[in-house]
Design a protein around this ligand. Structure first.
Ligand code: NDP
Length: 398
């Protein structure tokens, strides 16, 4: 099979990891890294060249402009676009792929700047257009969303006859030495955490106040941590693709120090996305301002230690008996930084994104139209995770 040309969009931590992994794999004829700030692409390309001896081409791209996306795709004869910019760019990049018949992958649900409470409908609505263009879009192929949905699929396909309940648990046990910081784009991250909690139970969505449901959860190999029920986008696609599920929930852990700062900033109104006039003719939302004040997520790599632990507890029946399984991955920040220069929050997203484009390029996961990761066989994906440094542990629990 002919090797394909890959375009990676964005030059943050996730794009850095995916570029390293794409270069390491040797599976692409050409990798082009294009983003808003070209110098950041050049920096990643230089690091890849120094460490792996692989040449990465770079380009300036404003991915909010479909015409610019089309121009870059044509110029570099791109076969697959890995969209690792911000969720605001998903739709223009998808439309650029439709126009050129190019395959597409992303790791986060499309958002618009004025509304963080978005759903898959805008992207699922492009299914027919992708089919007509003879191209495929793979949505949400990071860790969560991404690997967590693949874990649910694995449990439903290979561990249980009837899958009844899934709980996703995500905890970063890492320490970066800063009083308060976000591990990826602060604006995207804080908008997500500020939404009401939501989970699926007995055929309907139940809504909670933000941070209303808190549990103490024991993370395997790491210990107990307070974990809060939040709405997370993969719940929507999991419930669609596993319609018999009785319950689906997502929990994320937060330290007391994080919650102290989070609550103070929230209480003074710093999470508002409504632009306010801060000087004559100069409008900015408090959240955009805060995002500029907080540390750049990439800066955190200097001192990051500890691990992340993300997994799924799947409960149901096997041969008529009630069974529960915990599928999880542990990622070590120092190991990820040593290999790619990015911490685990980027590593656990960039590695699956690169596996997604590899499986698409090989035709192993390939179907024209718009798809979520849980529509495909999880086994080849898990095999690649093992090879690419993020092995999945599976244990039976009480
Ligand atoms: P960063 O904020 O570090 O990087 C985003 C990059 O996108 C930046 O380089 C930025 O450019 C670039 N960008 C922004 N606007 C444009 C534009 N108009 N045109 C071209 N490039 C643009 O984010 P991360 O690397 O941490 O995250 C990348 C993506 O991964 C996000 O969508 C995030 O939501 C998602 N994610 C998914 C996870 C998962 O598990 N599924 C977990 C973590 C993140 P500039 O450098 O100029 O600012």
């Amino acid at each position: 099979m002919d090797k394909k040309n890959l375009l990676i969009v964005g030059a943050g931590g996730v794009a850095r990891v995916a570029t390293f992994k794409g270069a390491q794999s040797g599976e692409f004829k050409k990798i082009v890294l294009a983003s808003r700030t070209k110098s950041k692409c050049d920096e990643i390309a230089r690091d890849v060249k120094e460490k792996l001896g692989v040449e990465i081409e770079t380009a300036q791209l404003d991915a909010n402009r479909k015409e610019n996306v089309v121009e870059i795709i044509k110029k570099y004869q791109i076969d697959i676009v890995s969209n690792l910019a911000l969720p605001y760019q998903n739709l223009p990049i998808m439309h650029g792929c439709i126009e050129t018949g190019t395959d597409y992958l992303d790791t986060a649900l499309a958002e618009t700047e004025d509304n963080p409470d978005t759903y898959y409908d805008l992207q699922w609505a492009l299914d027919e257009e992708f089919k007509k263009a003879g191209a495929m879009a793979l949505l949400g192929c990071g860790f969560d969303p991404g690997v967590t949905s693949i874990m649910v699929k694995y449990a439903g396909e290979y561990l249980l006859d009837e899958l009844e309940e899934v709980d996703i648990y995500d905890c970063n046990f890492g320490e970066h030495g800063r009083p308060f910081a976000t591990n990826f784009d602060p604006e995207i991250n804080l908008r997500e955490l500020n939404l009401p909690g939501k989970y699926w139970e007995n055929g309907e969505w139940k809504v909670t106040k933000p941070f209303e449901i808190q549990v103490k959860h024991n993370y395997p190999e790491c210990g107990e941590a307070t974990s809060i029920l939040i709405w997370h986008e993969e719940l929507e696609s999991i419930v669609k693709h596993f319609p018999n599920l009785k319950r689906a929930r997502f929990f994320m852990c937060f330290s007391d120090r994080y919650l102290y700062h989070f609550n103070a900033l929230k209480n003074v109104g710093m999470f508002s996305i409504e632009p306010i006039e801060v000087c004559p003719g100069c409008k900015i939302s408090p959240l955009q301002f805060l995002a500029k004040v907080l540390p750049d997520p990439q800066e955190l790599v200097k001192n990051y230690t500890g691990v992340t632990n993300i997994g799924v507890i799947a409960r149901g029946y096997k041969n008529g008996k009630r069974k529960s399984y915990y599928l999880y991955n542990i990622c070590d920040h120092q190991k990820a930084i040593g290999e790619t220069g990015a911490h685990c929050v980027s590593y656990t997203t960039g590695v699956p994104a690169n596996i997604g484009v590899k499986l698409m390029a090989r035709g192993v996961w390939y179907k024209p139209g718009v798809h979520n990761v849980e529509e495909f066989d999880p086994k080849p994906f898990f095999e690649e995770m093992e090879r690419d440094g993020l092995p999945i542990n599976i244990v039976e629990i009480e």
